[in-house]
Design a protein around this ligand. Structure first.
Ligand code: NDP
Length: 246
């Protein structure tokens, strides 16, 4: 029996790596598109013990998505799961945002999922099954400072999720998984979580009294790809210890 295939963009680091590893534990073969960090890609493949294939594919680049997804379809056929996890921040006060800051974040966080879905979803529909999970952010709903590009991109992604849930129904389910503060190197650096006072201030603001782990997000993904969530589509699942409660 061949393993089902899952595609996890940005599946080589941080949250994405935890999602890739969880899917391998569930029996999937995982294709993990990444942008440039070859060492992280190598480590992800090693951690996956032959069940993760890192694929250099820039989701912000239309040609790269087209060619990479063609390769995925040719080699593995229609994936059963697509997780649009690759994301970027280029934070700056609004008036200082450059065109490049805006374009790169929108291209990665919003156009990327659009292009990945456009390239892969028709094959999923034709195969008669599939689940798409888009990794959102609570700042798509309630804004934060210095990230107008990021917040706008993630807000667009939440709405794209609903549009796709409508258009790909009844065959393919599409949901958004929204992490709160999740302990990844990128977040530790950006929020200075290595400084105990800064970490404690954030922990105090979270009802569950801790920062999320990548395993918390993987648990939610496991639910969203399982048959136990088969009646759920077009929804937003927030996993943040009660921090947001929108
Ligand atoms: P990381 O920065 O740790 O990892 C990002 C991953 O995405 C890397 O594998 C990176 O590849 C890949 N990536 C970035 N740009 C591209 C691109 N253009 N094409 C292909 N791959 C790309 O991020 P996190 O794990 O912290 O976050 C993962 C997702 O979760 C993001 O969408 C983020 O917005 C969202 N999120 C995270 C939160 C958190 O607290 N961590 C909170 C809310 C949302 P490479 O290594 O090659 O650059």
């Amino acid at each position: 029996m061949t393993s089902p295939t899952a595609v996890v963009s940005g599946g080589t680091r941080g949250i994405g790596l935890a999602l890739s590893l969880r899917l391998t534990a569930l029996g999937y073969r995982v294709i993990a598109p990444y942008r440039s960090d070859k060492e992280a890609a190598r480590q992800a493949e090693a951690a996956g013990e032959g069940r993760i294939e890192a694929l250099c594919l820039d989701v912000a680049d239309a040609t790269s998505v087209r060619e990479g997804c063609r390769r995925i379809l040719d080699e593995y056929g229609a994936p059963e799961v697509l997780v649009n996890n690759a994301g970027r921040n280029r934070d700056r006060p609004f008036a200082e945002l450059t065109d490049e800051d805006w374009d790169e974040v929108l291209a990665t966080n919003l156009s990327g999922p659009f292009r990945m879905c456009r390239a892969l979803a028709p094959a999923m529909v034709a195969a008669g099954r599939g689940t798409i999970v888009n990794i959102g952010s609570t700042t798509a709903i309630r804004p934060r400072r210095d990230g107008a590009n990021y917040c706008a991109s993630k807000a667009g992604l939440l709405h794209l999720t609903k549009c796709l849930a409508l258009e790909l129904a009844p065959t393919v389910r599409v949901n958004a998984l929204i992490p709160g503060f999740t302990d990844t190197p990128e977040v530790t650096e950006r929020y200075g979580l290595d400084v105990p006072e800064k970490r404690e201030a954030i922990v105090r603001s979270i009802p569950r009294n801790r920062i999320g782990t990548t395993a918390d997000i993987a648990d939610a993904l496991e639910f969203l790809v399982a048959s136990g969530s088969s009646y759920i589509t077009g929804q937003q699942l927030i996993v943040d210890g009660g921090h947001f409660m929108g």
